[in-house]
Design a protein around this ligand. Structure first.
Ligand SMILES: Cc1cc2nc3c(=O)[nH]c(=O)nc-3n(C[C@H](O)[C@H](O)[C@H](O)COP(=O)(O)OP(=O)(O)OC[C@H]3O[C@@H](n4cnc5c(N)ncnc54)[C@H](O)[C@@H]3O)c2cc1C
Length: 370
């Protein structure tokens, strides 16, 4: 089939790109397995009730002017914008004028013998097998990995009444994030009754247990692996471009290609104020997806969307605007955690349990930039 724009990946960025293209009068083909699923609920509402949330359904996509191909891109000649899509009915060849890569991150369990079978709840298809185990009554759960995904998952499960142990090789939950996030995360998990073990090396695992150096055997009914994702190389990228995440240009074009764009977690965001930044969060997936659509529609410009991410760890509401990577020093300013760069300009604000102050936080960064 011949199409104007083919989008590879029907997650947050790909769907945002498709919707925006359609609103600009370009009918895209959105390629991915099944219907578009939203990722953030997989550690929150969907983990609590076992039902992944859709970004859109078939009728709505059609109504909005988005075509859909249910399958996976297995091979590609990206220079020629030709894709081979594997579907239930066999291979489908797609020839596009432009291709958008929106394949996100790949989430897998860590390479520990026996842990391959752990549930990776960042992947929606896992819920078919996981949901019945978690929704039929309280169980013992071990969550491996205490980053945002693991800490959120542990908190959600504890709130749902499960007995939860969270383990990480690092000493604190959220240890890779800036202060005071690790302490805030730990305090919330403690309040919810989650047992946290830091500095844990897992030597081996079975379906129901972990062998650890410092804590001996840890047993559970369900083991979740929440050790993060790595950018997923879509088929067909030249070796030169395959350095991930992709460092795209302002128009979100993939280096070395004239008609191939990329967005979402797959890219380093080319931010007008912060430079190329790694920012694998929901709002940036939407922003970069829409930016690709604007570029294709000839309305491109600098990418200036204010970076924003949020996290719900049980009842705790964390939200941050700006870019923590640009901060030289943090200070508490009237209950907001404000990060300033070396020149004293506010470049990041962390808002804790005060969603109504988000607008104020945005204004602090925007006023600082002007
Ligand atoms: C569990 C979880 C919770 C999160 N919670 C938050 C949160 O609270 N706040 C926040 O700011 N951010 C959150 N995020 C981050 C946010 O969801 C991501 O930044 C966003 O989903 C990235 O969008 P994306 O389109 O790049 O990737 P994804 O949404 O992951 O979509 C990529 C899609 O590409 C498809 N795909 C891959 N390869 C192919 C192929 N060869 N052919 C066809 N399709 C393919 C995949 O199946 C997938 O559907 C969370 C992420 C996860 C995983």
């Amino acid at each position: 089939m011949k199409v104007e724009v083919a989008i590879v990946g029907n997650g947050v960025a790909g769907t945002a790109c498709a919707m925006r293209l359609a609103s600009e009068g370009i009918r895209p083909l959105l390629i991915g397995a099944g219907l578009p699923v939203d990722r953030p609920p997989l550690t929150k509402s969907a983990l609590a009730d076992g039902v992944p949330r859709l970004l859109s359904d078939a009728a709505r996509l059609d109504e909005r002017g988005v075509d859909r191909l249910d399958g996976s891109v297995a091979a590609a000649d990206l220079a020629g914008c030709r894709l081979t899509v594997t579907t239930d009915d066999g291979d489908e060849m797609v020839e596009a004028e432009r291709v958008v890569l929106a394949t996100g991150l790949a989430y897998r369990s860590p390479p520990v013998p026996g842990l391959e079978g752990a549930f990776v709840n960042a992947n929606p298809h896992v819920f078919d097998a996981l949901a019945p185990l978690l929704t039929s009554g309280p169980v013992e759960v071990i969550v491996v990995g205490a980053g945002l995904i693991g800490s959120e998952s542990a908190a959600t499960l504890a709130v749902a009444g499960h007995s939860v142990t969270l383990v990480d090789m690092l000493d604190r939950p959220l240890d890779r994030l800036h202060d005071p996030l690790p302490d805030l995360g730990r305090a919330t998990l403690d309040e919810l009754g989650v047992r946290f073990h830091g500095g844990v090396t897992i030597e081996s695992a079975t379906e129901y247990s972990l062998e650890t150096a410092a804590h001996g055997t840890l047993e559970a009914d369900v083991i979740l692996a929440a050790t993060g994702g790595v950018p997923f190389a879509p088929p067909g990228l030249s070796l030169e471009a395959a350095q991930l995440p992709l460092a795209v240009a302002q128009e979100m074009l993939v280096p070395g290609y004239e008609r191939v764009y990329a967005c979402g977690d797959l890219v380093l965001v080319p931010h007008a104020h912060f430079g190329l930044m790694r920012f694998p969060h929901w709002d940036a997936a939407i922003g970069t997806g829409e930016h690709v659509a604007d570029s294709i529609a000839g309305k491109g410009g600098p990418y200036e969307r204010l970076p924003y991410w949020w996290s719900d760890i049980g009842p705790r509401r964390l939200a941050e605007v700006g870019f923590a990577g640009a901060v030289s020093a943090w200070a508490d300013e009237d209950g907001l955690h404000v990060g300033r760069d070396a020149s004293g300009t506010p470049v990041c604000v962390l808002v804790v349990d005060a969603p109504r102050r988000l607008r104020e936080a945005r204004a602090i960064i925007q006023d600082g930039a002007s």
